[in-house]
Design a binder for this molecule. Structure first.
Ligand code: 5GP
Length: 195
């Protein structure tokens, strides 16, 4: 039996509700999940904690880590770098944990190429529509108007990449979305355990 964990790849535009969904998924012990905390050069938002939400570092340090091949994948998103630490993911996969990566589409495609398809469960979360997304971003009040525009522009590009993902889920009703994703992960994990 293959005891390695799987990568649960979750993408979707900014404001679609990924953070809330993942928080709920992590409460479900049956899924045996662990969250990969990313590293970024973005400034922390109010309420964000270093080492919990992200590892916040400066550009120079990020570029040093790229050169030293510390990242499994990395990408620029609007004006900042974001990356997944290689060591943490590998260690947990070996332990049999299913590792959640909440990353944008460029990094996600790198992961899909690096790992065999059976080791990756890729899920793209879509908003009901772009107007809804802007409302959610404005309500969140974490970004300036100009940054919201950039994130909406990027959201359109990201949604065009959704076809690359095995599963696409529209987040209309949060509770239903969580249930759907739990079902997907559960099905995929059991498939693997029976091999
Ligand atoms: P935010 O600034 O809203 O926290 O994140 C912006 C975007 O960066 C989101 O789409 C998020 O999924 C993505 N992101 C977060 N961490 C990583 C990472 O480690 N790698 C990549 N490629 N994208 C990431």
């Amino acid at each position: 039996m293959d005891t390695r964990g799987r990568i649960i790849l979750i993408s979707g535009p900014s404001g679609v509700g990924k953070g809330t969904i993942i928080k709920e998924l992590l409460k479900n012990d049956n899924l045996n999940l662990i969250y990969s905390i990313s590293t970024t050069t973005r400034k922390p938002r109010k309420n964000e904690i270093n080492g919990k939400d992200y590892y916040f570092i400066n550009e120079k340090e990020f570029e040093k880590r790229i050169k030293r091949e510390k990242f499994l994948e990395w990408a620029r998103f609007t004006t900042n770098y974001y990356g997944t630490e290689k060591k943490y993911v590998e260690e947990n996969l070996i332990k049999g944990k299913n590792v959640i990566l909440e990353i944008e589409t460029i990094g996600a495609l790198i992961i899909m190429k690096k790992f065999p398809p059976k080791d990756v469960v890729s899920i793209f979360i879509k908003p009901p529509n772009l107007r809804e997304l802007r409302i959610r971003l404005e309500k969140r009040k974490t970004e300036e108007e100009e940054l919201i525009d950039r994130r909406i522009k990027r959201a359109k590009e990201e949604i065009e990449m959704a076809y690359e993902y095995k599963y696409k889920v529209i987040n209309g009703n949060l509770e239903n979305t969580i249930k759907k994703i739990e079902k997907i992960i559960s099905k995929e994990i059991n498939k693997k355990n029976n091999k």
